[in-house]
Design a protein around this ligand. Structure first.
Ligand code: C2O
Ligand code: CU
Length: 498
């Protein structure tokens, strides 16, 4: 099946006020050709993305190189999909780093679109934060410097202005894990029992090509749930505990994770690293860009048991066949388990509410013209909405007075805590360091954070990337001055040796 050219796509996008990458013949048929009947859940083998080796290392720094490029990959069995991938894979390679060492990651753009790389969860200096206008043009590269000050599950993804949803949809997302000695010294499951789960929904045309359609300006949701790039995979496990680092890298879909057995998930970490103590819960609401670190204990199941990771209903998520499923675990072998979930994971110094110097209010809503905005405003590179001083503590209150949508609000630079939601305590499993705050339908969420360690201009936005692109994104400025986010521009290839 022939695909429409970029120029044709842009023309359609201009007419529709959105971007569309649709195979010819599908344009007006909407959801007529879906493959959800043809991929049987739990038939494809589970896998994890490869861990990227540094190009070289010295006493302080590991140097990595990632090329953004198109590739033809098999996501649906027997079909090929063109992706835009970090190193041409979907999702990108995993970077594993130790706290306190530095990473320099060279991103080379061999695509034919502008990109910008944001390492989500890293306190980055402004020029390395993936500012939405700090493009790496096709044929250019940029070296990003990261200091890795805290152990946590991060992820890198595209942040190009107004094209983030499309670029990430096409494949530009990957996990980045920072570990430290304190965490490694805990008796938690390690090595082959410490597993990333990157969840992304996609829609495919019958020929296997990815279908991206944001014309409704509200969401892009697929009917196929992939984990680490595999539709509804089946993982064989031993009857013991596993640690899963779960990331929702979807464009617009949130999930409510639960086990088919009704047994508890044990949450040990949030966006910003380990919790102070594990939290048992039957289900977890997981918005786009949120990360939870979970333990699942398979020791209670007889060999031969199948445990499904389910997705329970949540408002404003488009339902398809099998959207209630994510992956399955087949307990196939018996092993002794030397791991434990300690009752204390680490000591978190929660920020006292009394230390906040002010509260700021942000109403997140859809304007009458259909555009998603914060306090009535869309993106303006010349406007900053808030100017906390360096080291100041503030409370930000996000209010969603409608039931049209949920908004996972994300601030760059800082980790924060949720104080309350509609005046009630947050879910127990949210009581750790967070950089994404699920602002659900008719919810008001207050979070508290300290603005550090860098002065300068940073973005905050809804992580529904369709909203973010149009236009639920803005900026805050920490202190006065700071490094200009555009001050380390990408350079043309060829690049010197890393
Ligand atoms: Cu995960 Cu501003 O992004
Ligand atoms: Cu939103």
């Amino acid at each position: 099946m022939k695909r429409i050219s970029r120029r044709e796509a842009l023309k359609i996008a201009a007419l529709a006020g959105g971007t569309i990458l649709l195979p010819v013949g599908l344009q007006h048929r909407g959801y007529a050709q879906r493959v959800d009947q043809t991929v049987e859940p739990f038939t494809l083998p589970f896998r994890t993305p490869p861990v990227l080796n540094p190009v070289r290392s010295d006493s302080t720094t590991d140097y990595y190189q990632i090329t953004m490029r198109k590739a033809q990959v098999e996501i649906l069995p027997g079909r090929t999909s063109e992706i835009w991938g970090y190193n041409g894979i979907f999702p990108g390679p995993i970077i594993k780093q130790s706290r306190g060492r530095s990473s320099i990651v060279r991103f080379i753009n061999n695509l034919d679109v502008n990109t910008s790389v944001h390492l989500h969860g890293m306190a980055s200096s402004p020029q390395y934060d993936g500012y939405t206008l700090d493009f790496i043009a096709p044929g250019y590269y940029k070296d990003y410097v990261y200091s890795n000050p805290a152990a946590a599950n991060l992820w890198y993804h595209d942040h190009g202005l107004a094209q983030t949803a499309r670029n990430v949809y096409m494949g530009l997302a990957g996990m980045y894990i920072v570990q430290d000695q304190e965490e490694l010294a805990l008796p938690l499951p390690k090595g082959n029992y410490d597993i990333p789960l990157i969840i992304q929904d996609r829609q495919f045309a019958s020929d296997g090509s990815l279908v991206f359609d944001n014309r409704n300006q509200t969401s892009v949701m697929g009917d196929v749930v992939t984990v680490n790039g595999v539709p509804w995979p089946r993982m064989e496990v031993a009857n013991r505990k596993y640690r899963f680092r779960v990331l929702n890298a979807s464009i617009s879909r949130s999930y409510r994770l639960a086990l088919s057995t009704g047994d508890d998930l044990i949450v040990i970490g949030t966006d910003g690293g380990l919790m102070s103590a594990p939290v048992n819960t039957q289900d977890i609401r997981l918005a786009m860009a949120e990360r939870y670190d979970l333990i699942i204990d398979f020791s209670k199941y007889a060999l031969g048991t199948r445990v499904e990771l389910r997705n329970l209903p949540l408002p404003n998520n488009v339902v398809f066949n099998n959207i209630d499923k994510i992956m399955c675990f087949d307990v196939v072998r018996s092993e002794t388990d030397d791991s434990l979930v300690p009752s204390t994971l680490r000591n978190i110094q929660f920020i006292p509410e009394s230390t906040a110097v002010r509260t700021r209010d942000f109403t997140v809503q859809q304007r009458a013209d259909g555009v998603w905005v914060i306090n009535g405003n869309g993106w303006d590179r010349n406007r900053v909405d808030a100017n906390p001083q360096l080291e100041e503590v503030e409370i930000w209150r996000f209010t969603n007075t409608a039931n049209l949508s949920f908004h996972p609000m994300h601030l760059h630079l800082i980790d924060a805590h949720i104080l309350d939601r509609n005046g009630q305590p947050p879910f127990a499993y949210e009581r750790g360091w967070k950089d994404v705050f699920y602002v659900g339908e008719n919810e008001t969420v207050r979070m508290i954070g300290k603005f550090r360690p860098f002065r300068g201009q940073f973005m905050y936005h809804c992580h529904n990337m369709v909203h973010e692109d149009r236009d639920m994104m803005s900026q805050f400025q920490v202190g006065q001055g700071g490094i200009d986010p555009m001050s380390a521009p990408a350079r043309p290839l060829p690049a010197p040796r890393l």
